[in-house]
Ligand binder design. Structure first.
Ligand code: HEC
Ligand code: HEC
Length: 367
């Protein structure tokens, strides 16, 4: 072939490749736009919450929650049809991050599971009540990891990193560590929709920007809130077996029955990692606080501060994924522990059962 036709061929190939990329980008943009325009199928919890808060498109928004609580519902900025859909999608993402309830994960949840390594984590497991936990009378609860209260403190100084972290970055931390995954792009629709939803929550609840509310974060339990007996692994293990294991499984690996999550993993491959604020060795006050207020599910607020510290200490000693700061050696070690410990324990329990003799009966006369 002549050099001339080689050159033409090269140019054609280049144009084809670049054209291919361009075509792909156009296709992906169209796909995203179609998702943005599509009507949203709400999860049950979101349908209930958003209708209770009177979400609808219109020039002004008045909160039924505020009207009911204070007798006043001042006119606030309204929402466009597009805003409403973003808020609805954001709520769905919090309630069902893994898309277990979605008929099409890819479009209904913006592929959220691609940012999470395990199959359990969903924001609502920790940010309960779809990020807005209330008691039966509609009172917001202290230390309930409220996302609305968190939004009004956007750009808050973060006591752990020493940085001013905008709300988007704080979401990202939860993908990376509390959900043991990867960082979504700050401009991702996933982040934007959750921000839209949490901003709506703050409007519906009548929260004021820059005000610190007690429902933000966790009602933490420092060691000084106990009898200072120290955190006890053995007690923690016994309590875990008695009160938590039937839902969260042996070794904390979670319980799943026919695709339904009875309890998410609190340790093992599907759990939060060693850089999550839930991890006792990183922040010792958060997990005990969460447990005391929110667990055991259905019997909340029944454990003592000491119980919660002990259980949190025990859970945090079970093998779990390394975080982004521990490095590859620790990551490898944790993986090895997670894969080896549970089968080893099952095996040793089976051996013990097989070799167990019935307890000898003491002769009555000898007593
Ligand atoms: C395993 C529990 C857990 C999961 C799952 C989880 N989070 Fe969190 N989240 C926490 C904890 C703990 C904090 C830290 C609270 C603190 O620092 O006081 C937090 C903090 C946050 C904050 C900042 C709150 C504030 O007031 O500063 C945001 C925003 C957030 N999470 C969003 C999310 C989103 C979005 C998801 C789902 C992708 C998610 N979280 C999943 C436990 C969790
Ligand atoms: C009846 C079942 C049940 C019992 C008992 C129970 N949990 Fe849970 N737990 C759940 C469910 C379900 C969730 C997810 C939260 C939700 O959907 O509201 C959860 C969430 C959690 C979380 C946060 C999510 C995560 O992945 O870490 C922790 C931590 C936790 N439980 C610890 C405990 C501890 C400790 C006990 C025992 C004191 C306990 N749970 C007892 C069902 C249970």
């Amino acid at each position: 072939m002549s050099t001339m036709s080689w050159r033409i061929l090269k140019v054609v190939a280049l144009v084809l490749v670049l054209g291919g990329f361009y075509g792909l980008a156009v296709y992906k943009h169209a796909e995203r736009e179609a998702i943005r325009q599509a009507p949203v199928v709400l999860t049950e919890a979101c349908a209930e919450k958003l209708s209770r808060y009177g979400l609808a498109a219109g020039p002004v928004y008045r909160s039924p929650y505020m009207l009911q609580r204070t007798g006043l519902a001042p006119a606030m900025a309204g929402y466009s049809e597009e805003d409403v859909r973003a808020i609805q999608r954001g709520c769905n993402i919090i309630d069902d991050t893994q898309g277990r309830l979605a008929s099409d994960k890819a479009s209904e949840r913006w592929n959220a599971p691609r940012f999470i390594r395990g199959t359990h984590a969903s924001c609502n497991q920790c940010h309960q009540g779809v990020g807005d936990k209330q008691d039966a009378d509609g009172n917001r609860l202290k230390g309930s990891l409220s996302l609305g209260a968190s939004w009004v403190m956007a750009d808050m100084y973060d006591r752990f990193t020493g940085l001013l972290l905008p709300f988007e970055l704080r979401q990202m931390q939860c993908y990376i560590n509390s959900s043991n995954g990867y960082k979504p792009n700050i401009a991702d629709d996933l982040i934007r929709d959750v921000t839209a939803y949490t901003r709506f929550l703050s409007a519906a609840l009548g929260l004021q920007i820059g005000t610190s509310y007690e429902e933000q974060g966790v009602d933490e339990i420092p060691a000084s809130f106990t009898g200072k007996q120290g955190d006890d692994y053995i007690r923690g293990e016994a309590l875990y077996k008695e009160k938590c294991q039937h839902c969260h499984g042996p070794q904390g690996h979670g319980v799943e029955v026919a695709g339904r999550l009875i309890g998410p993993a609190v340790a093992g491959p599907n759990a939060w990692n060693m850089q999550s604020r839930n991890y006792f060795y990183y922040v010792a006050t958060i997990l005990p606080g969460f447990i005391c207020r929110n667990m055991p599910l259905g019997a909340e607020n029944t454990l003592s501060n000491q119980d919660c510290r002990d259980i949190a200490y025990f859970i945090s000693n079970l093998p779990r994924p390394a975080g982004d700061k521990q490095g590859p050696l620790v990551a490898l070690q944790q993986q090895a522990l997670m894969r080896i410990m549970p089968p080893l324990l099952r095996w040793s329990e089976a051996v013990m059962e097989r070799t167990a003799q019935p307890a000898p009966q003491a002769p009555v006369a000898a007593r």
